[in-house]
Every structure is written in structure tokens, then in C-alpha cells.
Write a protein that binds this ligand. Structure first.
Ligand SMILES: [Fe+2]
Length: 277
């Protein structure tokens, strides 16, 4: 995520309102010194554990900022929040693109091929587009906290074909809980909010002359589709999974178990400046 600085002018405009809102809540609820100290200790721990993005997500603040930032956009793929689990400089994956290695436990998952085309808002294919994918494994874990997985498993960058087409091999992700062992997890428990997210795949798509798209793809019939703890599900980003089990298809793919495909065409918004956003 860009660490764009907030201008002094903007800060002078927004900060007084932000403080007035917080102080209004303190007055309304007669917040005590002990309670306020607890709030400050909590925020200190959030910073120490690097959980501010997570806090922004589970309070649905990230979703609100995303919605405001992309208000009124039509004819392009909807954006979605980045979340705290993106890692810089993921490995470049050569074609045919496969973004994972098998590990102990992955044999219980289902292979998934995600494919589609990256085009500009006018339908022109974007041959120079680069996709950056990250997701959990088939039993709900990110490489960051699943010790069985190789580093950077289920992550990768790769380019599209001349016609904007792409395909990558991954595994069907499953719902998972956001990290619960830190202060944000304790907060969720205290307020009775479950920590689950529906299964999803994160996309970051970059192309010259277009705004970078950060989004997520979800799947139908997920138990948390209507109840995502960060509230990030958009119906336009839910894509069906198609199961393939014929001998012919398995042979063609070199697989010995049924697999799934998912179609996800991506439309990018041209950048106003004509440069890369
Ligand atoms: Fe995620």
C-alpha cells in the first residue's frame, strides 16, 4: 500500500473533526481515566504488534475508505481492501503459472485454475499487465503462520499473454480466521464479533497507463459470505467454481483428482494522468 503522506492542509481540516468525534464519545459515555488508559495501552499494543491494518479491517474502516475512494466507478472491476497479509516482492512465477508447492496437508485440497483476461475500460486487452496474487492454502492458512508451507507459498507475480489472457494454478482456498492471538483478537472476543473471513483470493493488478487495482475474489455458498468479519464481500466479486472430473480433462491437466476452474475477467481504469498510478 502506498504510504502517501497526508498534507498539512488536509490534516488541519480533518483532525479537529476527528478529535471532536472522539471527545464527543468520551463525554457521552462518561469514559473514566482507567478506561481511557486501557484504550491507550490497547493502541500501544496494536502498534507494537503491527496490527493497525487488522484493526482498521475488523472495524470495517478499511471497507469504508475503499468505498469512498472508488465511489461512482462503473465499467471496471470493483476494488477491495488489501488487508494486512500482503508481502512485498513475492516470487515471479514463470508460465505455466503455479503459485504453490505441495506440502503436508495440501493433499486434502482441490486444485484450482483461475483464468481470465485483463482489459482496459474500452475493452482493449492490456498485454503488459502484471498480476500479483496472494491467498491461504486449502486448509485456511497463510504461509506467514502455517509452518508446514514453504515461504511465499500461495503468492506470486506474473505477466499476462499478448491478448491480456492469464491462467494460474492454485488450490481452492477455505474460510479462515484473522489473527486472534494479539490485541485485535482480544477486542473481537470482548465485543462478541467472530474472526472469520470467507474464502477468497487477493489480486493486485498493475499496468502502465492504468490505476492499480487491488481486489478479492470470493466463491458462492461460503458460510461467511454474508458475514465477513471485515465486511469486504461485494456480490460483483463472487465467482462460481466449476468442477472437472472427466478422464480426458484430468489427463490433459496431468492431474489424478478432480479439479476446479474459476473465470475472472479484470477491467482496469485508465489513469487520468496517463502514467502508472
Ligand atoms: Fe486474505
Amino acid at each position: 500500500m502506498d504510504s502517501t503522506r497526508v498534507s498539512s492542509e488536509r490534516l488541519q481540516k480533518v483532525l479537529p473533526d476527528a478529535l471532536a468525534a472522539i471527545q464527543g464519545v468520551i463525554e457521552k459515555h462518561r469514559v473514566t481515566e482507567d478506561e481511557w488508559s486501557a484504550v491507550l495501552a490497547f493502541l500501544t499494543e496494536v502498534a507494537r504488534r503491527d496490527e493497525f491494518v487488522l484493526l482498521s479491517d475488523v472495524t470495517k474502516t478499511s471497507v469504508l475508505v475503499d468505498a469512498i475512494s472508488h465511489e461512482g466507478e462503473t465499467g471496471v472491476t470493483p476494488s477491495d481492501v488489501e488487508g494486512p497479509l500482503y508481502r512485498e516482492q513475492p516470487p515471479w512465477r514463470e508460465k505455466p503459472v503455479k503459485i504453490y508447492e505441495e506440502y503436508e496437508g495440501s493433499e486434502n485440497g482441490d486444485v484450482l485454475f483461475v483464468r481470465g483476461r485483463v482489459t482496459s475500460a474500452d475493452g482493449t486487452p492490456i498485454r503488459g499487465a502484471v498480476l500479483d496474487i496472494w491467498q491461504t492454502g486449502p486448509d485456511g492458512g497463510y504461509d506467514l503462520w502455517d509452518e508446514r508451507q514453504p515461504d511465499y507459498n500461495f503468492r506470486g507475480r506474473f505477466g499476462v499473454e499478448e491478448d491480456g489472457g492469464y491462467e494460474f494454478q492454485t488450490m481452492v482456498p477455505k474460510p479462515y480466521t484473522v489473527p486472534t492471538e494479539g490485541p485485535v483478537g482480544r477486542l473481537l472476543e470482548a465485543i462478541g464479533q467472530h474472526p472469520w473471513r470467507p474464502a477468497h483470493i487477493h489480486f493486485k493488478v498493475e499496468a502502465e497507463g492504468h490505476e492499480t487495482l487491488i481486489t478479492q475474489v470470493f466463491f458462492p455458498d461460503d458460510p461467511y459470505l454474508e458475514n465477513d468479519t471485515i465486511g469486504a464481500v461485494k456480490s460483483a466479486l463472487v465467482r462460481p467454481l466449476t468442477r472437472h472430473e472427466s478422464e480426458e480433462e484430468l489427463t490433459r491437466r496431468g492431474l489424478d483428482a478432480p479439479f476446479y476452474t474459476c473465470e475472472f475477467d479484470i477491467t482496469l481504469k485508465p489513469a487520468l494522468s496517463g502514467g502508472q498510478a
